[in-house]
Design a protein around this ligand. Structure first.
Ligand code: CA
Ligand code: CA
Ligand code: CA
Length: 423
């Protein structure tokens, strides 16, 4: 079902996913660390991984820096409060404008996460990772075939300026910075069987993009990051991304096809071996994860298993990968919102309790698009979506449109790591 064909940039901007910051330094209740009193060895560690599209994107360069330069931005306060309530140990924020030198990421940490919001306990994330995004980077080509070159829709990833809708990871645990791999520049055409779109007005197949355009067009609309985090002597690969919304295009479905292949990249990457041999990172190294490595796929994937506008089977490919487990986090607030809002929600096939985003109900409706997917090699002890029922504590932070925080909800999974403390 592809309801939305052409939309304005403003609508697109409003619907892009966001991610904001979480943090944890003070030991939260869920941060169980049992220590053998005789040996001091740590034999078990509970870790909360979260993803949150925070809608902390702005309309022009410099605006986010200005908003985060003091502690007074109402939306940033509300986003920080949501993170402080849920207290993830590692959190990915989507839709957080990238500013070189980690400047926006550090300001959100200092002026919001480390400041108790509305009586909440502050968080302190000593480790932060962010990197450039393809959004807003001029391609020099007419990628949307509207007859002119330039603007958000002709950029390497949709964006009004470079770095808009970027992302950031905050971590309580050390990030193995020297081992981070990024896939910002991997070209879409270099994925075997890439779903390259077709220009329906011509007889040739798969020709929406010219050869010259395909020579510069990356697969990733933002970036794909493999960020290894060291937890009690073990490495967990945080696989972060934010595939394009599958809408805001035409019959050729260029965004739906790109969305699907952006999701596929991680499925191939975690499978590794021959399936990942085509993948190269921005430093030129090839291949995916080694069998048995621990990972958590996180981010707004812009794809519901059954509803919405993504290509059928797009998120299903990742959820069905035998190396991936889906904790299927739920909330009561999502079920309530679906019934109250009606519209497209009434036609949905997915159970609304899995929804993570509250979209316009005349088009997509509320859907599940934000995921935290641990590897089978990790033990999952819990999961959830922060979407309180109306009138219950925290519901003022989610609520109904226009949202104080974001049109997305924070999603988390708790993982237990056993043994392996290196002495
Ligand atoms: Ca154009
Ligand atoms: Ca054609
Ligand atoms: Ca809605």
């Amino acid at each position: 079902m592809r309801v939305m064909a052409h939309c304005t940039a403003a609508v697109l901007a409003a619907s892009l996913l966001i991610a904001t910051a979480p943090a944890v330094l003070a030991t939260p209740p869920d941060d169980t660390l049992s220590v053998d009193s005789a040996t001091g060895s740590r034999d078990r560690q509970d870790v909360r991984f979260a993803t949150y599209n925070a809608s902390l994107n702005r309309t022009a360069p410099g605006e986010l820096l200005r908003d985060l330069g003091t502690g007074g931005n109402i939306q940033a306060q509300a986003i920080a409060e949501v993170v402080q309530i849920n207290r993830p140990d590692v959190v990915l924020l989507n839709e957080f404008d990238y500013v070189p030198g980690n400047r926006a990421a550090d300001l959100f940490n200092e002026n919001y996460l480390r400041v108790g919001q509305n009586g909440r306990k502050p968080l302190d994330y000593p480790y932060v990772y962010t990197a450039p995004s393809n959004t807003g980077v001029p391609s020099g080509f007419d990628l949307n075939n509207d007859g002119s070159v330039g603007g958000p829709d002709d950029a390497l990833g949709f964006g009004a300026f470079e770095g808009q809708y970027g992302m950031v990871i905050y971590s309580k645990y050390p990030i193995e910075t020297e081992s981070v791999r990024t896939f910002q520049h991997f070209l879409w055409k270099d994925m075997p069987g890439a779903l390259l779109p077709d220009n329906p007005a011509t007889g040739a197949q798969g020709d929406w993009y010219s050869t010259n355009e395909l020579a510069v067009l990356p697969l990733s609309s933002k970036s794909h990051w493999d960020v290894p985090v060291s937890i009690a002597g073990r490495t967990v690969h945080v696989l972060a991304s934010h595939p394009t919304p599958p809408v805001f295009d035409g019959e050729e479905d260029r965004n739906g096809r790109r969305n699907s292949d952006e999701i596929r990249l991680w499925s191939d990457y975690v499978t590794g071996g021959a399936d990942a041999s085509y993948i190269y990172d921005d430093a030129g190294a090839t291949g995916g994860l080694k069998r048995g490595e621990r990972f958590v796929v996180m981010g707004d994937q812009n794809s519901d298993p059954l509803d919405g506008d993504s290509l059928p089977g797009s998120i299903g490919r990742l959820l069905g990968n035998k190396l991936v487990q889906d904790p299927m986090p739920v909330s009561k607030g999502a079920t309530e919102a679906s019934a109250l809002q009606g519209g497209a929600n009434a036609e949905h096939r997915s159970d609304p309790r899995y929804d993570t985003a509250d979209f316009e109900d005349r088009s997509a409706g509320n859907v599940r698009v934000d995921y935290v997917l641990p590897s089978r090699t990790l033990r999952v002890s819990g999961s959830g979506v922060f979407w309180p029922q109306a009138g219950t504590p925290g519901s003022e932070l989610t609520g109904i449109f226009p949202f104080r925080t974001s049109d997305h909800r924070l999603v988390y999974a708790d993982v237990t790591l056993h043994g392996g403390r290196q002495r």
